[in-house]
Design a protein around this ligand. Sequence first.
Ligand code: WT7
Length: 651
Amino acid sequence: MTKYVIKKAGKYWPSKAMKDIAWVNDSKIYKQADKDPVKFWGELAKQGLIWEEPWEKTYQEKLPYFYWFKGGKINFCVNALDRHLAHGNKPALIWVPEPIKEKPIILTYAELFQQVNKFANALKQKGVKKSDAVSIYLPLVPEALVAMLACSRIGAIHSVVFSAFAPDALKSRIQDCEAKVLVTADGYYRRGKPVNLLKKAKKALRGTKIKKVIVVPRLHKNKNYFGKFENFNMFIYGKKSYCAPEIMNSEDPLFILYTSGTTGKPKGIVHDTGGYATQAYYTAKYNFNLKKDDIMWCTADIGWVTGHTYAFYGPLLNGATTLIYEGTPDFPNPDRWWKIIDKYKVSVFYTAPTAIRMFMKLGDKYVNKHKMNSLKILATVGEPIDNDAWNWYFKKIGKSRCPIIDTWWQTETGGTLINVLPGIGPFIPTIAGKSFPGTKHTILNKSGKKVKKGFLVQESPFAPGMLHGVYKDHKKYVETYWKSFKTKYDTSDGAIMKNGLFRITGRTDDVMKVAGHRLATAELENAINTNKLVNESAVVPIPDKIRGQVPIAFVILKKGQGSEKLEKLLKEHVDKHLGPTARPAKIYFVNALPKTRSGKIMRRILKSLLANEEPAGLTTLLNPKCVDEIKKIIQPDLKKPENAKKSKTKK
Ligand code: WT7
């Protein structure tokens, strides 16, 4: 069995076998890129992508905005598909359905090309033009890739909405980007049961400008579609299998993806075409060492940016094969994922720490029987990975043969930015690594001074895949990313520098990471507050062994007492308004919330109380008495503080 790592002085490094196959195996790349990052990216973009017309200016900065490859003309779909038609019989996509009896779907590049072109022609016939937005509310099905690429072919902007989101969440996103077309499905399978997605989609449509709904017949439940609704297969039936690609400016938007900010309203993160393509292509190539024969499995849903960049676009831009699956990790069996890796010979596996922790808890017996000897590279994303989870992943999944690439990035950054490259190393648990060649991050304190521990920022020139603003909200864009450090992009993450490598410590704003999903406390509070029984609420995260963090809600009722029944009702209310990912793990009913004299809720105090710590700064509170009340209410659920235990054993 080829070993891709070796241990040297207690650390893991790439083996000779890894170095031999690695696109990048010389750390000189960092220095070279650093000398002239603009030139570095310019050369990569020229080498790696097909441009219809060269750009005039590689990089231009007019903060808070910056532009890559201005004047350059490009079509994204041509880069993801057309140029791979020379090996058109190669699988582009493998889709594994949940029901075991059902066959997987394998689409070759040639087949995918045909479907994408037909869908593109069908969209055009319905009047969808360059710069129009198309909302996509689909689970992980091949048609999602077809629809997204078809949009990029005709210059329409796709906006994917996570299929587990509630109708309200879909509706507000459709309204914000003013989509006239929605692509959805009649449903999908999850844990052995069909889920009715169309019902949710229909609920969301009221009050929007959607004129056409294209429905993927995943469950084949509905035979006739009327009015706005049309079967996906009928929609593309008889359409021409070539659609001339729309030639776009590098700076034209490719997609909008909504993500949680610190306020209740999600932000539409805008990504452009040429810059995004460059970063997606090269980060996939260098981080995961993708070659044409690789089969990459990124387990993320397309509702998240990871699904966009590494389940779909990165592997396709590289001409590799991507695998996606329907359902959940542990159904029908807790070893479903490992079986898939063996059966389809997955070589690059990219997942989230929360999934690793879940499998770790299920026990080793489900992984031990799987060889997984096709694997070369393992990777993680979404939240910091702890030592135990890293080691388990390394030993049990990688069988101590494969490097783990811990990639730090965000919806806003489009592609990965901080990680170790597989041909360079070292691979150290809990350490993300270095800035990708041609990018630069530093750690600052509040006043903008360079420190070893503090706020993580990105320096100019900003990476080509970075966001191009918040859709229709310049103010939000400036306030969120440019207010604190002016000429540096504020990541809202904390970090520590250790031997020239970054350790990410987590969000520094009111954003939680629940099972890798991003959720704003304000978004959840707003949803709870829409319930007519609720007067006010505050939400804070607490650490969770599997999910990383989970939300805890404190609720003041308009009248009456809280009860278990009411707690259940409010949780269901959250499911309905945001989706089950956001459901609070616990709801406490209180009479008051700790507030400053100006009326701001002090979530920090609630956090301390839940951590069983004595909160600081009580004197500045408007209503310090409420702290004792809250203490009493949460007391039964609190774990004994660890140091209390320790001091006992010492005695
Ligand atoms: C936030 C962004 C970008 C892909 C999925 C999440 C956290 C992401 C790591 C990592 C520690 C990480 C950060 C970041 N995060 N990757 N490797 N180590 N933290 O995208 O939903 O936009 O969330 O996820 O806190 O700001 P997202």
